[in-house]
Design a protein around this ligand. Sequence first.
Ligand code: GLT
Ligand code: MN
Ligand code: MN
Length: 388
Amino acid sequence: MSNYEPKAEHKFTFGLWTVGNVGRDPFGAPTRATLAPHELVYLLGEVGAYGVNFHDNDLIPIDATTAERDQILKDFKKALADTGLKVPMATTNLFYDPAFKDGAFTSNDPRVRAYALQKTMNAIDLGAEFGAEIYVFWGGREGTESDATKDPIESIKRSREAMNFLCEYVQDKGYGMKFALEAKPNEPRGDIYNSTTGHMLAFIETLDHPEMVGVNPEVAHEHMAGLNFTHGVAQAMEAGKLFHIDLNDQAFGRYDQDFRFGMVNLKSAFFLVKLLEDNKYDGNRHYDAHAFRTEDYEGVKDFARGCMRTYLILKEKAEQFNQDAEIQALLAEINADDGAMDAYKGAYSADKAAALKAVDFDRAALGARGMKYERLDQLTVELLLGVR
Ligand code: GLT
Ligand code: MN
Ligand code: MN
């Protein structure tokens, strides 16, 4: 049995902004001191993470002098070398500064849109300097409070123009990075464009270089929209578009909570881990979450260790599910196929269609079949509760 220790092969990563979260909320001041980026790298090294991700301004403050920037980079590089941590992903902060109060790429002000492109190119350069292979776009302010203020079709066009420009920038520089678009339905804006992973998948196909662009779904964001996260991730995986993932947890119907992975919806966390592991997802498992405001930095380490440990326990549970004789026998029975319908499967032909139209189905028998899903789900629950 595994001891649930994180290893490099698990690719567990954390953003500087996650373990560096100081516990500020809309109603209260920080409860933890600000740690420097290099201090956060040592903290992540201590808990056994594989990598650290950053927004440009998590690493280099927006108003840093050249001397400050050089010192930060020096300290950060030393911490990476000392701990062996990688930087697999980078991103741009296009939401904090007041300049972005009406969005970045979709702002109504052309100067803001141009500044957002400039800031992103610089941040891509910074990510490339650290070998980041995935570049995330979370358009937290790309939306509205009132649709009187912005044309939603124009906003889609502006988003597309920005993505096309930046894809070519990366190609021009020869960085070989891929983009991962992250959806969120609301917060901080009243409503955000491309509000779910499904919207993003459709948007990507309209870009000039769709092969460079995938998604970065986040548990909490799909739950905020009331959706089944595992289904959204499955659709992205099946389309070859799961470039990155933001793991955390979130109670349905609440504000953006960014809780420790598996804290709220253990059962859906299990099906998510099972999906990722069964289908050999080999990207980063990034925790975009933070510790409760009640914690000090020991509590932050408890939080980070907990995220990884819960994932590994659920991974073991998924293996147990796949090996459980009773569960597997039920699944085989549920999915049984005697071949009687083979002649009607697959690609269309006129003959096949005519033959299928002539079949006499026993509709009552089809509807009368018991599916045994109650039994299967109860076995799953018992497995998760540790009594199998
Ligand atoms: C911010 C947001 C996250 C995004 C981060 C990347 S920033 O914390 O809530 O969901 O993934 O920009
Ligand atoms: Mn979030
Ligand atoms: Mn996220």
